[in-house]
Write a protein that binds this ligand. Structure first.
Ligand code: ATP
Ligand code: MG
Length: 410
């Protein structure tokens, strides 16, 4: 079937009263960005919908790109006919015949007369169009309640749209319409998924990653850059802050409180991330925590760790099962990178029996006994390197001769 257009629908943003036009504009801008790679296409905006005129581009290919636009709930490929009942009927028969139905299938025609001057009513159209379709396709049976195929026909003055397939799209809120947050991005499976989920909710994110170079390898860092690049594909571009964490880890390890090492590390991470959030105008932190998954993600641990910051900590995956997280990671394209074996700064220091129930007073006493910690946290913030990551662009890495792009505030 050769389609003329795509119809993009919005979901819950349509109920958001005054914000609606702001949301729709953001989704439209996202669509425009993605379609720059397909200059033949044209975009038409209508209240509550976006149309993409394909001008010969493949409907499947463009749908695959646009189904990642946040705020868009579904996409239908559309055939356009002139608004004339004979032409519409002929196109409708063609539309159904192109589906090559070879076994008994239920269907219905659902016509809607948007152009009130069109001489045939919606009800009449359903009948006029169904009868020749039933003749042309002997396997079809009408079922008006739960049809397997629903051929929708919208008659407008400038043309009539015929469509049937409804491809689910990302949904959520349009790109960047709900403020900015700082994502703690490790090389694991969870945090990239948490980042995508946060973006899907309309958050702009910047990523912060803690590395323990030279204890962790360049490969580990490249993996995180690659993960951030996959995430950037869903947004357009993304900032990645690379924080030197080696000295802090060494200090914390000297405290020789092995079982609370992870608790101490996470609290230091939250402090640094909060400072970076303040400097970059982010109002929350996002982590990949999932309740009970590991010792540092029990309620007691989250509680003690979370008190290291006054910013809200968003945990999009907190109640999501691992299997579902893995499914999402596969869908968004981060899974294969996440399972690469390069070590993370935390895995180097994983204690034999990490505490599942740390005590806030004890933790605060340990931190107070490490006078250099405060200074090292400040130094880590100042020593942070920031790179801008864009989809499909080679990233200038630290190992390259070129200096890295640094943020203005250094
Ligand atoms: P993930 O798969 O995201 O690594 P995880 O189940 O392995 O999660 P942890 O390693 O305990 O869990 O980390 C919990 C969260 O802490 C991560 O989801 C991430 O948000 C943050 N985090 C952990 N290590 C780092 C790091 N090196 N840099 C940035 N954030 C980190
Ligand atoms: Mg991890």
């Amino acid at each position: 079937m050769h389609y003329d257009m795509l119809l993009l629908r919005f979901g819950e943003i349509t109920v958001k009263g005054r914000n609606r036009s702001r949301f729709e504009k953001a989704a439209l801008a996202h669509v425009q960005d993605l379609l720059r790679a397909f200059p033949a296409t044209e975009i038409k905006k209508e209240y509550g919908r976006i149309y993409v005129v394909l001008n010969g581009e493949s409907a499947t290919k463009i749908t695959d790109v646009l189904k990642n636009v946040f705020g868009v709930t579904s996409i239908s490929p559309v055939k356009v006919a002139s608004s004339d009942i004979e032409e519409i009927t002929a196109q409708a028969i063609d539309f159904i015949e192109s589906m090559n139905i070879t076994k008994e299938t239920t269907f219905k025609v659902n016509a809607r007369r948007v152009w009130k001057k069109f001489p045939v009513s919606s009800q009449e159209m359903n009948q006029i169009i169904s009868s020749p379709i039933l003749k042309a396709c002997p396997h079809l049976k009408v079922d008006v309640h739960h049809p397997e195929i629903e051929l929708r026909i919208e008659v407008r003055e400038q043309g009539t749209y015929l469509f049937s397939d409804v491809v689910p799209a990302a949904g959520g809120f349009p790109r960047g319409t709900n403020g900015k947050a700082m994502l703690l991005l490790s090389g694991g499976i969870d945090s990239p998924v948490a980042g995508w989920s946060a973006m899907r909710r309309g958050l702009e994110i910047e990523c912060v990653h803690f590395h323990s170079y030279p204890f962790t390898s360049k490969k580990a860092e490249e993996k995180v850059i690659d993960l951030a690049q996959v995430l950037s594909g869903y947004y357009g571009q993304i900032k990645l802050h690379l924080v030197p964490f080696t000295e802090i880890q060494t200090t914390l390890a000297q405290g020789s409180h092995e079982n609370v090492m992870i608790t101490l590390m996470r609290r230091a991470m939250l402090r640094i991330a909060s400072s970076l959030a303040d400097r970059n105008g982010a109002l929350a932190l996002v982590t990949g925590d999932s309740l009970g998954q590991v010792a540092s993600q029990t309620l007691a641990s989250m509680n003690v760790i979370g008190r290291a910051t006054t910013l809200p900590i968003l945990r999009p995956l907190v109640t999501t099962d691992k299997e579902d997280i893995i499914g999402l990671a596969q869908r968004i394209g981060t899974y294969q990178l996440s399972i690469l074996p390069y070590e993370d700064c935390c895995t180097l220091f994983v204690p034999k029996s990490p505490s599942t129930n740390p005590n806030l007073n004890v933790i605060e006493r340990i931190e107070a006994s490490l006078p250099q910690l405060e200074e090292q946290i400040k130094e880590a913030v100042l020593g942070t390197e920031t790179i801008m990551i864009k989809p499909g662009e080679t990233v200038v890495r630290r190992s390259a001769v070129e200096p890295v792009v640094q943020d203005k505030w250094f």
